[in-house]
Ligand binder design. Structure first.
Ligand SMILES: Nc1ncnc2c1ncn2[C@@H]1O[C@H](COP(=O)(O)OP(=O)(O)OP(=O)(O)O)[C@@H](O)[C@H]1O
Ligand SMILES: [Mg+2]
Length: 267
């Protein structure tokens, strides 16, 4: 199957000299569902930003959807970016923007300039936007302004925008961190189904290890900017997780999850 992305010996040093990622080599097939886990400051967001082409690596090569990203000219890079959808932990949506406009913006890069401009004045495709919002149980907010939404509602608008964009690669940075458990399940299952149905590659960073282990087939653990492990979910052990988070035995909540080295926990 076609590779979705390939990182070869990639490092990222932030402008202040902080080394966030060191010598990362990764390869993902189209349609893979990958969770990136690790403690705060480990480098998860930095990795997703690299995959989103929003930062340039300090060393190494990145290929996305078969293209050598930083060798592309501006228009080819712009075209590639229409195939990548990034869901941010706190979606950077203008406060005064209405939900419908925020979701429609997912397709702006794919529309003609005339249609994109028109959509800012008069929303195009209200039924299409309503449909994705409905799946995330937030259709009633379609004409609200973004600044009156709660954190979890805003996150769902960010998810809806990417579902509406319909990219080949979905990157999600803590996509459900502000949601209650029921909405987290609804949202992750929708993203999961979208990836499964469309052969879309789905990479999410998650603090909730139980969500990572329940929904993702491959788990990448990042520690201090390096890959600690990169394994099929069934091979992840509690010992690896304890080491990843420098946690005491049993400190990571994993209700209902069976790990390779432990008995099932009580649900
Ligand atoms: N723009 C930046 N400039 C300088 N250092 C940065 C920048 N962004 C992140 N860092 C540093 O890089 C390291 C990795 O940060 P990153 O945001 O990737 O971590 P993370 O795993 O996403 O953490 P969290 O779980 O808290 O979101 C951290 O030490 C952070 O302080
Ligand atoms: Mg982060």
């Amino acid at each position: 199957m076609k590779p979705a992305f390939e990182l070869n010996n990639v490092s990222l040093i932030h402008p202040n000299g902080h080394s966030a990622l060191r010598d990362i080599s990764l390869h993902a097939r189209s349609g893979e569902k990958i969770a990136v886990i690790g403690s705060s400051g480990a480098g998860k967001t930095s990795l997703l930003n690299l995959l989103a082409t929003s930062v340039r690596p300090s060393a190494g090569a990145i290929s996305l959807l078969g293209q050598d990203v930083w060798q592309l000219n501006k228009s080819a890079l712009r075209r590639l970016r229409t195939q990548i959808g990034m869901i941010h932990q706190q979606p950077p949506l203008p406060a005064k923007q209405r939900v419908i406009t925020a979701v429609l913006a997912g397709k702006l890069g794919q529309w003609s300039q005339a249609r994109a401009l028109l959509s800012l004045i008069y929303p195009q495709d209200i039924p299409g936007v309503f449909h994705v919002l409905q799946q995330l149980e937030i259709a009633d907010k379609i004409f609200e302004r973004c600044d009156v939404l709660s954190g979890g509602q805003l996150q769902r608008v960010g998810v809806a925008r990417i579902l509406y964009q319909s990219p080949s690669l979905i990157l999600a940075d803590e996509p459900v961190s502000a949601m209650d458990p029921t909405l987290s399940e609804i949202t992750i299952s929708k993203l999961h189904a979208t990836a499964s149905q469309g052969g879309v590659t789905f990479v999410a960073s998650l603090h909730a290890v139980d969500i990572a282990l329940k929904w993702f087939e491959r788990i990448i653990g990042i520690k201090s900017g390096r890959i600690a492990f990169d394994l099929p979910v069934l091979q992840v052990t509690r010992a690896m997780l304890n080491d990843l988070y420098d946690a005491e035995s049993g400190a990571i909540p994993l209700q209902g999850i069976t790990l390779a080295d432990t008995e099932p926990c009580e649900p």
